[in-house]
Design a protein around this ligand. Structure first.
Ligand code: HEC
Ligand code: HEC
Length: 222
């Protein structure tokens, strides 16, 4: 067994114990937001070791059916999401427990800067016909919402984001298929509600499940 997979298994066990234990409260919550350049990616590499057990040493998920990629995601976005898990604004048994383990804001800034500095996540093309349907939704929206739902408006060309300084809109191109589907369904059902101004809720509520699957197929192939 390599050292890294050993660490991964230990981390998985800890997370499992916590989620089985039920309500887990962070010892100390972090507050605030992160601006560009506030994190140190070099210091972050070591601090991110406990995250790599699931999100991969290079930010590419060890199991794309369960864990999202973090490689090349905006630092400010990673910071916000981790904080949201810690504060209970976003919930996932495993990840909420992990978020509670980061108790210093600077550590989270460094970890976020480390993942942001990595080579951007890249997907694997799957069903080409389905992806083509998804691309249409991505570029021009759908019947129900028109171009209001055109993802490109907010997530940029090929889902690679708008601008490094605008961390409001995450990178979604190259993200894992199952994770994309889960998030869109969570926004649609109201299980995930941490999107500013309910932007994603409005989009997802106007999408059919078929459109959700097609657009996820498209994005996960980029
Ligand atoms: C035991 C597995 C595990 C570990 C270790 C782990 N995570 Fe996660 N993480 C998850 C899962 C599962 C999700 C998806 C949650 C969901 O479906 O909403 C996730 C999601 C995330 C997201 C949201 C990604 C996005 O695109 O919105 C961020 C950010 C994140 N994790 C950061 C971290 C950080 C930072 C660490 C280390 C402190 C860490 N994770 C450790 C399992 C893990
Ligand atoms: C009006 C702007 C806007 C439009 C249009 C939009 N999004 Fe989003 N999207 C957002 C914002 C803002 C977030 C970040 C939510 C947060 O901070 O938690 C987001 C987050 C997401 C996420 C979660 C990413 C992650 O890493 O967890 C997915 C998946 C997503 N959007 C997919 C889409 C798809 C697919 C479309 C088109 C059908 C779309 N979005 C259209 C604004 C938009």
């Amino acid at each position: 067994m390599t050292k890294r997979s050993g660490i991964g298994i230990v981390v998985l066990l800890i997370a499992l114990m916590m989620s089985v234990g039920g309500a887990y409260a962070a010892e100390k919550n972090i507050a605030g937001s992160m601006r560009d350049g506030e994190g140190d990616p070099v210091a972050g590499k070591e601090k991110a070791e406990m995250c790599g057990g699931c999100h991969g040493a290079e930010g590419m998920s060890i199991d794309p059916t369960t864990f999202p990629h973090l490689a090349g995601q905006y630092a400010g976005y990673i910071f916000k999401q981790t904080l949201d898990f810690q504060l209970g604004n976003r919930n996932d048994d495993t990840m909420s427990a992990m978020a509670g383990m980061v108790t210093e804001a600077q550590d989270l800034k460094d970890i976020s800067a480390y993942y942001a500095s990595l080579k951007m996540m890249k997907g694997t093309p799957g069903d080409a016909k389905l992806a083509k349907k998804g691309e249409k939704v991505y570029l021009s929206g759908n019947k129900k919402l028109g171009d209001f739902a055109a993802c490109i408006r907010c997530h940029g060309k090929q889902g690679k984001g708008l601008d490094k300084k605008n961390t409001l809109f995450p990178v979604i191109g190259g993200q894992t298929r199952d994770y994309l589907i889960k998030q869109l369904k969570d926004f649609k059902s109201g299980t995930r509600t941490n999107d500013p101004a309910s932007m994603m809720a409005m989009v997802a509520q106007g999408m059919t499940d078929e459109e959700i699957i097609a657009v996820s197929e498209y994005l996960s192939g980029l």
